[in-house]
Design a protein around this ligand. Structure first.
Ligand SMILES: NC(=O)c1ccc[n+]([C@@H]2O[C@H](COP(=O)([O-])OP(=O)(O)OC[C@H]3O[C@@H](n4cnc5c(N)ncnc54)[C@H](OP(=O)(O)O)[C@@H]3O)[C@@H](O)[C@H]2O)c1
Length: 400
């Protein structure tokens, strides 16, 4: 009977819920699933306020559920889908509902920021396969997420290309044989830019990533190297490695996605073109591999691959990230929330690029780190950090 239902399940295909389907990761995930049909099908989709794109995705993929988390956009969304016979939902709580649907085998968490935490936690508690791109919940509540997954039997699979690479490389040995994790970083748009020029970069310059096409928040994080700082903490959470055993290496071509060094001196790397469809597909098909739509890698066309150590003086966020990873407790919560608030202010044209790091630093200085947080405590510290940044911006405006 178990074998029969297993075969039936395989033939029926895997049902995937994509939270944040209108974003960069979400749209790539839909392309991957489109190519994997009928083995994979979409059961639920969500967006925050891009009602038109979400409605177009619903018409194309015909999921049973679709949610728009910004209540103000619900009427427009509903109108755009009159005649749709699935269920339409709205509000932040709808995301939690989608994450724990009985019909969903895999939940792709592609929401940006801490807003994805309740849904990621719900998927982990519901025992789903959680394919997680949304790094911020792992940074701020990694222990809670991993514990929820341990208790429910949920499987957490990283979509972040570096962590997918580490996860794949880890399979070449046993966890106790790992000596260090080496996360690669493109260096972002300001790798060679003098500090003064970088601090005064325009929004357009900061959004021009040399190798990856991504959503605005993570692109700004790549410019400050906050993204790599968050990824160091993400690696600590996902792989249970101390920060001391994690290195960052600048690799401008973004072809070696990360490496694992084992105790015998072997270094196993995962390579590929810089295309998020590869790690997304791996998270969907794991432990199998299936024919993909991403372009293969032809190393001879690149000629050479370059590596250099990161400049921790110029990219202070990365130095702070290592320190925050060592402090743990509430420090990553403040680090992440202050960054989200500061990046939003930069994208609104309210602060200079260089002020992002200054605001995060001041917020961390004003916080006394606490250990062993409940979800409620964690969320109130997150809210405190956002208020702290908002107050600093009000004072700045008042001072002219
Ligand atoms: N992009 C990449 O290549 C990449 C690579 C590695 C990791 N990641 C991580 O993946 C996550 C998504 O990144 P992205 O670049 O795809 O971001 P993005 O393009 O900005 O997309 C974010 C998605 O989340 C939705 N969303 C925004 N705010 C929300 C809220 N408050 N509540 C619920 N949904 C909300 C957006 O809906 P609307 O479209 O309606 O606003 C959109 O569907 C981030 O955590 C990022 O760090 C991304």
């Amino acid at each position: 009977m178990r074998v029969f239902s297993g075969i039936l399940y395989w033939f029926m295909g895997k049902k995937v819920a994509i939270l944040g389907s209108t974003g960069s990761i979400g749209r790539n995930a839909l392309q991957v699933i489109d190519a994997l049909r009928p083995d994979y099908e979409v059961v639920a989709l969500s967006a925050h306020n891009n009602a038109d794109l979400l409605a177009a995705q619903v018409r194309r993929f015909n999921p049973r559920y679709a949610a728009i988390t910004d209540d103000a956009k619900y009427a427009q969304f509903k109108d755009a889908l009159s005649g749709f016979d699935g269920q339409l939902l709205s509000g932040a709580e709808a995301l939690v509902e989608l994450a724990s649907l009985d019909e969903a085998d895999i939940v792709v968490c592609a929401v940006v920021g801490a807003a994805g935490l309740p849904a990621a936690l719900a998927a982990a508690q519901a025992g789903k396969t959680l394919a997680i791109a949304n790094k911020e919940p792992l940074v701020i509540a990694g222990e809670l997420l991993m514990e929820a997954a341990r208790q429910s039997g949920a499987v957490l699979l990283p979509i972040d290309s570096e962590h997918s690479a580490v996860f794949q490389a880890m399979q070449a040995g046993r966890p106790e044989e790992v000596a260090r994790i080496i996360l690669t970083a493109s260096g972002g748009p300001f790798r060679k830019t003098p500090t003064e020029q970088m601090n005064n970069a325009t929004i357009q310059q900061a959004l021009a990533h040399p190798t990856w096409t991504m959503g605005p928040k993570i692109t700004i994080d790549s410019g400050t190297m906050m993204n790599k700082a968050l990824e160091v903490i993400e690696a600590v959470r996902l792989f249970g490695m101390p920060a001391e055993k994690i290195d960052v290496l600048i690799h401008p071509e973004s072809v070696v996605h990360s490496m694992v060094e084992f105790i015998d001196g072997s270094v196993i790397a995962q390579l590929g073109t810089p295309d998020m469809k590869v790690p997304i597909q791996y998270a969907l098909t794991w432990p199998k591999r299936m024919k993909g739509i991403a372009k293969g890698l032809r190393l001879h066309q690149l000629g050479q691959l370059n590596f250099e150590p990161p400049d921790l003086e110029r990219f202070k966020a990365l130095a702070m990230g290592f320190e925050v990873a060592r402090m743990s407790g509430s420090a990553p919560v403040v680090f992440n929330a202050a960054n989200e608030a500061a990046v939003a202010a930069f994208l609104d044209g309210r602060i200079r690029f260089g002020q992002i790091i200054e605001l995060i630093d001041r917020c961390l200085q004003a916080h006394a780190v606490q250990a062993h947080l409940t979800l409620g405590e964690l969320l109130s510290i997150d809210a405190w950090a956002r208020r702290h940044v908002a107050d600093a911006l009000v004072r700045q405006t008042a001072a002219g």
